[in-house]
Design a protein around this ligand. Structure first.
Ligand code: ADP
Ligand code: NA
Length: 330
């Protein structure tokens, strides 16, 4: 039997992924390509919703794709492509937008948060309809499952509602996607503010470990991570968020369980843990950086690979859109 289909996307909004992106998303993509018919998309249409620099957008998409490949995505095992190369995304989003209530879209909490940050008058309509484009991304591929974190649950709910609404109104067309809950999703926190999530929009660069920065810099960041009072290395997210975050990263990158690590560091200090984790991080990012550079050194080849991905994607997206257009009455 065919593998269940999964869809996921990531924005090319920064020059480098951070450890949170990898541990919270990308490594699960790598695993899912073995068990699923996986469609992974660099969502550059989404990346223009909040202002962007046109001179770097295309290159950022390449850098994002190169990092995904370097982290283990295999074009033989999954379909990796750039969203703007498959125009059906925008076309389906229009149809779905016409099925979405204005009030319904207005209840999306992520828009409320993001638009407030930008000043409500300045926020674009594209930012407002972002979750509708996301629904189009997913539904075009008839995805059975979507790996989602807590922050994306409401958007997936909208995708499900829109799929059901379309099916009811126009005839069965879309698979209704389910949330794919990834077990042991590591929520990685900021090294300088261990109660906040590690994020590219964090105020302190010292709080974020970037895939593509000089590994010596990453090592330094780990060494100067904010730890907690006391000196015992225990896993306690409430009382010791800093040390717990380091243990989470360590465990995820090394494959050793937290309990095993806590046992191994009994009687040792924070400095020992940070020193060793620095080495683990260095050993982890160095080959990924080398492979990323390899892809970026040959942009023609990378573009070819992405064009092939877009063609594979379109082979699925185009028939979906055609069915939609027919049922809508075009
Ligand atoms: P950022 O918060 O840096 O803007 P995005 O929102 O673009 O990151 O997230 C891209 C993907 O990486 C999402 O799947 C998200 O859940 C995951 N992710 C981002 N930050 C973290 C984190 N600190 N811990 C775990 N997963 C994360
Ligand atoms: Na696969």
């Amino acid at each position: 039997p065919a593998q269940p289909r999964v869809f996921s996307g990531i924005q090319p909004t920064a020059d480098s992924f951070h450890l949170g992106n990898y541990l919270g998303a990308v490594r699960h993509w790598v695993a899912l390509q073995e068990t699923h018919d996986a469609f992974y998309c660099v969502v550059d249409l989404h990346a223009i919703t909040a202002g962007h620099d046109p001179r770097v957008l295309a290159q950022r998409s390449r850098v994002a794709a190169a990092q995904l490949l370097a982290a283990g995505l295999d074009p033989e095992r999954c379909t990796l492509f750039v969203q703007s190369q498959v125009p059906e995304h925008a076309q389906l989003a229009w149809v779905l937008g016409c099925l979405t209530g204005f009030g319904e879209a207005g209840r999306m909490t992520q828009f409320k948060d993001k638009s407030q940050k930008q000043g409500n008058e300045r926020a674009s309509v594209g930012l407002f309809t972002y979750p509708i484009l996301q629904a189009a991304d997913i539904l075009l591929y008839q995805a059975d499952a979507v790996p989602v974190g807590e922050d994306q649950r409401q958007h997936l709910e909208l995708s499900r509602d829109l799929a059901q609404r379309f099916n009811t109104r126009f005839g069965s067309t879309f698979t209704v996607p389910a949330a794919h809950i990834v077990k042991d999703t590591a929520k990685i926190t900021d090294l300088q503010d261990p109660t906040a999530k590690m994020s590219k929009s964090s105020s302190s660069p010292a709080g974020i470990v970037l895939f593509l920065e000089d590994a010596a810099r990453s090592v330094k960041k780990i060494r100067s991570a904010v730890t907690d009072t006391g000196r015992e290395i225990v896993f306690d997210v409430q009382q010791k968020p800093g040390v717990s975050n380091l243990l989470t990263i360590y465990s995820a990158l090394s494959g050793r369980s937290i309990d095993d690590l806590v046992g191994a560091y009994a009687g040792k200090g924070y400095g020992d843990l940070k020193k060793d984790l620095g080495e683990v991080v260095r050993d982890f990012v160095t080959p990924i950086q080398d492979r990323t550079r390899g892809y970026l050194d040959d942009p023609a080849q990378l573009d070819k690979l992405l064009a092939a991905g877009a063609q594979k994607a379109q082979a699925v997206a185009a028939p979906t859109l055609q069915a939609v257009y027919e049922r809508v009455g075009f």
